[in-house]
Design a protein around this ligand. Structure first.
Ligand code: DQA
Length: 137
């Protein structure tokens, strides 16, 4: 099974970015843990701060991979382009968030991408990514 994890803007700063909200693990350390836990799954990782680059990556993997785990960061709350892209793919996409966006500011309560995704997982810290992978298994 091939799974692509995609992180959007500011998620390259995990580990130092607002640790009270996002924890103190780096994504690289967490990916190590995931790859050890699921040795039979190919877990690829991509991060970009740029909306168009996220769309390009989604289009590249979205017809051949078995699953995509997408944390679109703040683009979740703004991007019709990501919504359209996810709808056009064959590979199912799970929307994930580290924090529980519904417990936070109101502008985080609306997602432009949820209705295009297979499901949504939020609020379980870094474990949100693992739960998304479990859903594909
Ligand atoms: C986030 C939540 C978003 O509202 C925020 O803009 C992020 C991270 C999360 O993982 O909790 O960048 O997607």
């Amino acid at each position: 099974m091939k799974i692509q994890i995609i992180n959007g803007p500011n998620l390259n700063l995990l580990g130092t970015r607002e640790p009270g909200i996002y924890g103190s693990d780096t994504m690289e350390a967490y990916l190590d843990t995931l790859r050890k836990r699921y040795p039979d799954i190919d877990i690829d990782y991509y991060q970009s701060n740029i909306e168009g680059e996220l769309i390009t990556k989604l289009q590249q993997v979205g017809f051949t991979y078995d699953g995509i785990v997408l944390n679109a960061g703040a683009y979740t709350h703004t991007s019709i382009a990501l919504h359209d892209c996810i709808r056009s793919l064959k590979t199912p996409v799970i929307e994930v968030h580290i924090s529980n966006v519904h417990k936070r500011e109101e502008f985080r309560h609306h997602s432009y991408i949820s209705s295009a995704c297979r499901g949504v997982i939020c609020g379980f810290g870094m474990d949100s990514y693992r739960l998304a992978i479990e859903s594909f298994i």
